[in-house]
Design a protein around this ligand. Structure first.
Ligand SMILES: [Mg+2]
Ligand SMILES: [Zn+2]
Length: 196
């Protein structure tokens, strides 16, 4: 089975511009490509998992997200980084577009996006990690059976830690720092396994 890194998009992988689907305004966060390359070299699949309620709210269509994917791929390609899948939740109960205005199992903090990717790409979530900038990301990751790193960049403002799933395994300043930490833990885990 594969292992994967699930990555939140807005505010984690790329700079957060609310409801933006214009490729010209998409910028990678600092050190994101570098961190993802380190993880990829260690055999992790890289998968983007993102809430996109702008679809349900009628701000843009699902097809607009394809150009977002293409732009992100093109920004990562020169660094040799390949994204294995983009998974989006287009829903929100407050939506204006009837088709998408519902409670679903994929809007983070629900784990549906991660579970769908795990099913499609044969991923062992217990060897996988979620990286995101708010506790909803952490919860989605932990509910799916992954470990989770919170990117502590000021985007979480509520700090609701009720329930068993909202405590990150670690915190890091950016994706590169998260990658260093994940690789360290993995090495430690392997050493411990050999010693037993
Ligand atoms: Mg985010
Ligand atoms: Zn959904």
């Amino acid at each position: 089975m594969n292992k994967a890194i699930f990555i939140d998009k807005d505010g984690t992988l790329i700079e957060d511009v609310p409801y933006n689907v214009n490729p010209g305004r998409i910028r990678l966060e600092d050190h994101a490509a570098e961190g993802l390359r380190m993880l990829q070299e260690e055999g992790f699949l890289l998968i983007v998992a993102s809430n996109q309620p702008g679809v349900a709210l009628g701000y843009f269509g699902e097809h607009h997200l394809l150009q977002v994917n293409e732009k992100i791929r093109s920004l990562l390609l020169p660094c040799g980084v390949y994204i294995s899948g983009f998974y989006y939740c287009p829903h929100t109960p407050e939506g204006r577009i009837k088709k998408y205005a519902c409670r679903c199992g994929c809007r983070k903090p629900a784990p549906g996006l991660l579970l769908a990717a795990a099913d499609a790409l044969d991923i062992d979530t217990s060897r996988s990690w979620m990286i995101g900038d708010i506790l909803h990301d952490v919860e989605a990751g932990k509910r799916a059976g992954c470990h989770a790193v919170l990117i502590d960049n000021g985007h979480e403002t509520v700090w609701d830690t009720t329930g068993p799933y909202r405590r990150p395994d670690a915190r890091a300043g950016d994706i590169r720092a998260a990658a260093e930490l994940i690789l360290r833990r993995q090495a430690h885990h392997k050493q411990t396994a050999v010693a037993q």
